[in-house]
Write a protein that binds this ligand. Structure first.
Ligand SMILES: [Fe+2]
Length: 263
């Protein structure tokens, strides 16, 4: 599998705190069969985010250390960009890294809300030829309430990345259920671990992949874990299936049934 969302780069954000932890994370990746990762440190705005140049240098240092340790983990550079009205300007001025320098951009939404400008920024990005990938939509409170908010964004041209730990229920039952709904409605195109640190904080990604196999078809499993991210890294178009609109009525009933005392 190829992970398009990782905080393995040390010293930058709330991910690996130092080189030792980054090496430990690399070992966890390899143990779980993940050999390729896009490092996506948080990018909030240019004044409070590590510059692309510094991030590049840290990646080079990490690559040297991985080589010394004999760890064969391939790492590409990107950012997880918190959505803002200045995002396009920051990309065009070269402050923010797209995923491996391609037209694909990992975009983070606020956890609790979908501000009005989100649709405009996504539209503008698409107009300029970028492809926004919404990071872990299953964790957004509004999308949990109404998965069709994501459906509408995908219809406009956005893509989405699911966090593997969501499938294991690491963030709770609601997020786990939403993850499953989004997968079953063709609303997910990429996977990420969103790994932030050491063994204690990193779940068993291989277990999440086993769960994924029980949710999607073999063909979709292959697209999510390998085909789509491979095309992304080459800046090529991915093959997408049309998203399926979620039926809120069905969702309401199933939620009600889940809440009944006798199951
Ligand atoms: Fe992240």
């Amino acid at each position: 599998m190829i992970d398009i969302h990782s905080h393995i780069l040390p010293y930058i954000d709330d991910g690996a705190k130092d080189m030792d932890m980054a090496i430990e994370m690399a070992k966890i990746y390899l143990e779980n069969g993940i050999k390729t990762v896009i490092a996506t440190p948080h990018y909030i705005e240019k004044n409070i985010s590590t510059s692309k140049e510094d991030t590049k240098n840290i990646l080079e240092d990490l690559k040297i250390q991985l080589d010394r340790e004999g760890l064969d983990l391939e790492i590409f550079l990107g950012n997880e960009a918190y959505i803002s009205m200045d995002l396009i300007k920051d990309i065009e001025e070269g402050y923010m890294a797209t995923l491996n320098g391609t037209r694909y951009i990992l975009v983070e939404l606020p956890m609790m809300d979908i501000p009005l400008y989100v649709e405009n920024v996504i539209y503008e990005l698409l107009l300029k030829g970028y492809v926004p990938i919404i990071a872990h939509p299953e964790r957004n409170a509004k999308i949990i309430e109404d998965p069709n908010i994501l459906y509408n964004l995908i219809e406009k041209g956005a893509l989405a990345q699911l966090n593997l730990p969501s499938l294991e229920g690491k963030y709770g039952e609601e997020i786990q259920e939403t993850a499953e709904i989004l997968l079953k409605h063709n609303m997910i195109h990429f996977l990420g671990t969103d790994a932030h640190g050491s063994r204690r904080k990193s779940p068993r990604f291989s277990k999440a992949l086993e769960i994924l196999k029980t949710i999607v078809s073999e063909e979709d499993y292959d697209s999510l874990t390998y085909q789509n991210p491979t095309l992304l890294l080459k800046n090529e178009n991915i093959y997408t299936k049309s998203p399926i609109k979620y039926s809120p009525k069905k969702g309401f009933l199933s939620k009600l049934i889940r809440k009944l005392p006798i199951r």
